[in-house]
Write a new protein. Structure first.
Lengths: 268, 247
């Protein structure tokens, strides 16, 4: 089967991403030019080049937190989703309530709770295991990621036509065999686009870790601004730079997600 | 209308309701080993439910269903023992889309019956040949036509070496051209002595292949007879009306 989207999507992605990049670059350069005009200080570009390594190291920290949160959230979310689908009623109920609890909590509140309530170190048999704020933040982001992955899994399993269960049952498969050999393998494709979407959202929200003092990009940007004398004209270029970094990272993921969505579109 | 004393498959006064809706309203029928029967009737007359009761996909409310001595309507039913002996083919094929044609056929014998892989594979290849799909071993369901998928589904059921085959409107979703291949496959099976229960709207098939035709309406068997008699001289006015609409 040749799908229309297979041939079409990649070029469309390239064209639109180029346009979007141009727009954001324009905003960035424009604001830099505005800041540079009529100023005796270092030019915005000089400032940005000076601080870029620090700002980018902050950005890398955002990515590290997002990747770890998503990994932990996925590893915990899959068993939680399976719990929701369990034929044991109490287990399914527990899975459902845990999922709903963390899905309906504001991410920032979960982050606060984790950062404030988790100890800064654990002692296991005389061994000190430090538990810095950024690790607590990973825990904080993992919780909503887990709940959302759980729900994505549940949705994917329920979207498999009942005929698949029926024919597996008629062939003598038990529930477990049906789930692992027939239903779940069909769920991977269905889960991938919403899972990637969730990852993008987590990535965007990692900047909220600045509120609890993690040295990620937003924190760094504020510190750089302060170090350059808190000049108001630097606000736009510095924060635009932060936005641009996230955009350059997340936009292709979004486009790729759209492409996969079209490719794996479930046909009745 | 004489019946064998005890059928290979025999239903006695089977009842089934879904909520307030009575789908099966006291059906009895007997099928001898090696016989092929066709069940016809208007939509919503309980034909599909009836056939699903026989392999315990749908539990019945009342009545007894026997398959070569296995009582189906009992909580002590060994479902696996029953399903090894009964194959079912559905209207929507329900092949596993992530597996090739050959893998679809091999899965159940390997996973459920724990049979030897090499032996199962040889059998699966032979079955594909039998349903005239040699060469399609590596094709995924999405790459096959409806008729081809349906024949893979038949082969998949046959791989469990059942004694009885149930067909639930298996050609209803197919184009006229591909229908014929599927019907020929079922006809071949019937000729080879497989016990077949076929729910169908294909009157030509019912006339040619079946040993007996059952007409159901409102969850009841209105009339049943050998096909020659059934089609040339229907007794009940409801049968006559139905036949006048479809023939």
């Amino acid at each position: 089967m040749l799908r229309f989207s297979d041939a079409f999507a990649p070029s469309a992605v390239r064209v639109t991403s180029r346009a979007a990049l141009a727009v954001s670059a324009l905003v960035f350069v424009g604001s830099s030019a505005m800041a540079a005009a009529g100023s005796a200080h270092d030019s915005v570009l000089t400032i940005l080049i000076r601080w870029a390594p620090l700002l980018l190291s902050g950005f890398l920290f955002n990515l590290l937190i997002s990747v770890l949160s998503m990994a932990v959230g996925t590893l915990a979310g899959i068993p939680l989703g399976m719990m929701q689908l369990s034929s044991l009623r109490p287990l399914a109920r527990l899975g459902y309530y845990l999922t709903q609890f963390f899905r309906n909590a504001p991410w920032l509140v979960l982050l606060f709770i984790c950062v404030m309530l988790l100890p800064f170190e654990f002692r296991v048999a005389g061994l000190r295991i430090p538990f810095p704020d950024w690790v607590k933040a990973v825990v904080g982001f993992s919780l909503p990621a887990m709940a959302n992955v759980s729900e994505i899994l549940r949705g994917a399993v329920l979207s498999v036509p009942t005929g698949q269960w029926e024919s597996a049952e008629s062939l003598g498969f038990n529930r477990r065999q049906t789930m692992f050999q027939i239903i779940l393998p069909q769920c991977i494709k269905r889960m991938l686009p919403p899972w990637m979407n969730l990852y993008s959202l987590i990535t965007m929200s990692t900047v909220t870790a600045s509120v609890v003092g993690v040295s990620e990009m937003l924190t760094m940007t504020a510190q750089v601004h302060a170090a350059e004398g808190s000049r108001p004209e630097l606000l736009a270029p510095l924060y635009s730079f932060a936005m641009l970094c996230f955009f350059v990272y997340a936009y292709p993921i979004g486009k790729w997600t759209e492409y996969l969505e079209r490719k794996y579109q479930v046909k009745d | 209308m004489t019946q064998p004393d005890r059928g290979f498959v025999s239903l006695r006064d089977v009842h089934k309701t879904f909520g307030a809706h009575k789908v099966i309203n006291g059906i009895s029928l007997d099928v001898a080993k090696g016989e092929t029967i066709c069940i016809i009737g208007p939509s919503g007359s309980g034909k599909s439910t009836l056939i699903r009761c026989i392999n315990a996909l749908v539990p019945v409310d009342r009545g007894s269903i026997h398959l070569d001595g296995i009582e189906v309507n009992t909580p002590k039913l060994d479902k696996l023992a029953l399903r090894r002996r009964v194959g079912i083919v559905f209207q929507q094929y329900n092949l596993f889309p992530h597996k090739t044609a050959l893998e679809n056929i091999m899965m159940a014998p390997i996973t459920v019956l724990k049979q030897d892989r090499a032996e199962v594979e040889a059998r699966a290849r032979a079955l594909l040949k039998k349903v005239r799909l040699a060469g399609k071993e590596g094709a995924y369901p999405g790459e096959l036509s409806g008729g081809q998928q349906q024949r893979v589904a038949i082969a998949r059921s046959l791989a469990m070496r059942p004694d009885v085959m149930l067909f639930d409107e298996v050609t209803a979703a197919l184009d006229p051209e591909t229908k014929k291949d599927v019907l020929t496959t079922i006809q071949d099976l019937a000729r080879d002595g497989m016990t077949c229960l076929v729910v169908t709207h294909e009157m030509g098939f019912a006339r040619e292949v079946s040993n007996r035709v059952y007409f159901t309406e409102g969850g009841l068997i209105v009339e049943h007879a050998p096909p020659a008699e059934f089609f040339s001289n229907p007794q009940d006015p409801r049968t006559r009306e139905f036949l006048s609409q479809v023939l």
